[in-house]
Design a protein around this ligand. Sequence first.
Ligand code: PFF
Length: 454
Amino acid sequence: MASKQTKTRDGFASSVGAFAATLGSAVGLGNIWKFPYLTGSNGGAAFVIAYLLSVLLVGLPILVAEHLIGRKTRLNAIHAYGSVVKGKKYWSLIGWAGFIAAILIMAYYTDVAGWVFAYVFKAIGAAISGTTLNSDTFNALAGGTWEPLAWQFVVLVITSSIIAAGVSRGIERVTKTLMPVLVVLLILCDIRALTLPGAFAGVEYLFKPDFSKLTGNVMLTALGLSFFKLSLGMGTMTTYGSYMPDETRIVPNAAKVALSDTIVSILAGLAIFPAVFAFGGSPAGGPGLLFNVIPLIFSKMPLGSIFTVIFFILSSIATIGAMVSLIEVPVSWMVEKGRMKRPAAAYLTGAMMFGLGILATLSQGPALGNAKIFGKNFFDLFDYVSSNVLLPLGGLAIAILTGWLLKKGEVVEELSKGYGTIKPRYIQLIYIFIKYVSPVLIFIIILNGFGVIK
Ligand code: PFF
């Protein structure tokens, strides 16, 4: 997201552009890496159902609320929340919590992105030598010291440089063209995986729920994933809303984004779980699931080694798009408020992320593997605090602000933009969700997740 340092604010030229950019921020490692890995570690279909309900009942209304606050104020996230209700500047706290969440997320996201980059070269090596990448390859990479750190550093230098040069729009364009290719590759994986002998057990795992698996913590994880997936609770989607033209119909746009994003995740799940069961692996394979299973699926196809290389190249590019949108939140604020130059803000943010990122990366190997806080290593801790604590709390605050502090008329007016005189009924419906359903659900799930209520 390029916000140029000019007086006139940058913005999306059209509603199609607004949709593509919003989807570009949502789709990323969350779909191909996090959704399958969390589904596998949280018991399968029951988690998937909790996740789908979270997207529908909470994620979608909050996405609408974020876009509406962004477009109404046309400010960066921190200023937007601080000024949307007169005399209530302290709501800018939502933006600050988002600032911290962005840095925590990037600390481990860049570790995983580093694995994806590394896998491009490992896949090329395997293609040349005629071998297949296996779990030893992944364990040696993720559990190493210098190799994952070097890749994480490369990822952050590339991402910060893109932001520093203010060319993130270019990256968005590249991502937009290549994303459909990635989806085609995923469908190819689905077809191959679903036709393997024994694949059906994976389909059942993904869609046949065992509700005894649904503990409070599992539901909180599903809620957190829906926030992470739709880039919610931390200001990214508010910033995107601030760039939206007035003719964009916020509700249908948000609904299309949530639906498309969810389809990509399900496609990834339909590639990975049937293959896991067909190959006799464990669905609870943890963060390595994607890296261990995708090369195996392709190895059962003609030209598979080449497809593996292409898959990881496209994933690297999709990853850069999502990371750029994550870094932009702190950077846009530093530039606007702190009067910093764009490159300085970008590299400073990158350096902060690398500082925490070292801890996340080394906690996957022997160097810091035994360092635990609340029973979690740094990688899991940063993930937990951002996705399961900060983003849901941010979402709760956004729902309260929009539903209870803004006047209903203001909300309806913003959501009615882009329509003629006839206002569709679903605007009233989504208002009820923002005001009552989402905040109550978030509140209950948070209390339940922390074991305060049963
Ligand atoms: N939504 C991205 C994904 O699922 O990979 C991750 C993300 C991007 C989270 C931007 C938060 C954010 F602000």
